[in-house]
Design a binder for this molecule. Structure first.
Ligand code: SAM
Length: 298
């Protein structure tokens, strides 16, 4: 069957340029095949060398999008690959060739291989690029409804009980949305250990099968989610997100002391704003107390 000359047609339509020499990390879909980016297809179509964590997955993706392999074959590179593939890659890059690497799904290096290649390429002073795109952590954060101003990607927690508890304890007080990857078999155990380390009142979100047919997003407190998932035999791919630590309830004395301190150098409005943020109390309440204190009330 005739393969479409994809590079030429896209180049004609969008004026894309040739792929520059260097290693290109290509993000691929985490579910819906159409989540591939046009630039990812450009890179796959134009790279001299193709490397993949799973060669069959990459070939299938290229076939879906009509990107011809031509005379290229796809080299396998996964977490157990020795140094030989990296050495071949470096030699090709030194000759001014371009190479594309795709992991099984999503963004390479994010709980996927790629870091060792990146380190080797950077150490050689050779060019390195990303064709950015899907990533389950970012997709989950986007739909979670949890604060996105600060987040911490914690990857997969250890699989054994005591190691997992120690791992989660490290993150319990972090002032950021926590993002974990987990296998469906262990989601119940992860949620239970999160209750132990972070407390049942913390808000959390479980995202399953993002961008796929049976996509599901469950929200609640950790205590509620433990109950919801206790009896469910889950399948599919899962991301668990946990809201940041709840602010300690500030006592009246602490609020007044903080406002008195702030009022030494700030207006009532600014002092109220700063203290409401730092102590996690409503701005109106902070303003009312600041106003009283600025007038000399006790
Ligand atoms: N590199 C990928 C990325 O950018 O997200 C992650 C690869 S890691 C080996 C696979 C894990 O990512 C899964 O176990 C799951 O936790 C998460 N994941 C991947 N695809 C997902 C999806 N469609 N829905 C929910 N979680 C997903």
């Amino acid at each position: 069957m005739r393969q479409p000359n994809w590079t030429a047609s896209v180049a004609d339509q969008t004026g894309v340029r040739a792929i520059p020499p260097g290693l290109h990390f290509v993000s691929t879909p985490i579910g819906a095949a159409r989540d591939i980016t046009l630039r990812a297809l450009d890179v796959l179509a134009g790279a001299d060398l193709l490397l993949a964590e799973d060669t069959r997955t990459l070939k299938h993706l290229m076939e879906i999008h009509g990107v011809s392999l031509g005379t290229r074959h796809v080299m396998s590179y996964h977490e157990h690959s020795g140094d030989a593939v990296a050495a071949r890659l470096i030699a090709a890059l030194r000759e001014g060739k371009s190479a594309a690497y795709a992991s099984e799904a999503g963004t390479p290096l994010i709980s996927d291989p790629g870091f060792v290649l990146a380190r080797a390429v950077v150490a050689e002073g050779l060019p390195i690029f990303a064709a950015p795109g899907p990533c389950a952590a970012i997709c989950a954060l986007t739909v979670s409804g949890l604060p996105s101003d600060r987040f911490l990607f914690a990857g997969f927690a250890p699989t054994t009980g005591s190691a997992r508890l120690r791992y989660l304890e490290e993150f319990a007080a972090v002032q950021a949305t926590l993002i974990f990857y987990e296998s469906p078999k262990r989601v119940g155990a992860l949620l239970a250990d999160l209750v132990t380390t972070c407390g049942g009142a913390r808000h959390a979100v479980v995202c399953r099968e993002l961008t796929k047919r049976f996509e599901e997003v469950a929200r609640g407190t950790l205590a509620e989610l433990v109950g919801d998932f206790a009896d469910r035999a889950l399948k599919g791919e899962i991301v668990v997100l946990v809201d940041r630590a709840l602010p300690e309830e500030a006592s009246a004395e602490r609020i007044e002391a903080a406002l008195d301190g702030a009022l030494q150098t700030m207006s009532v409005k600014d002092a109220a704003s700063v203290v409401s943020q730092s102590l996690g109390i409503p701005r109106k309440m902070a303003y009312r107390i600041a106003l009283e204190r600025s007038k000399g009330g006790d």
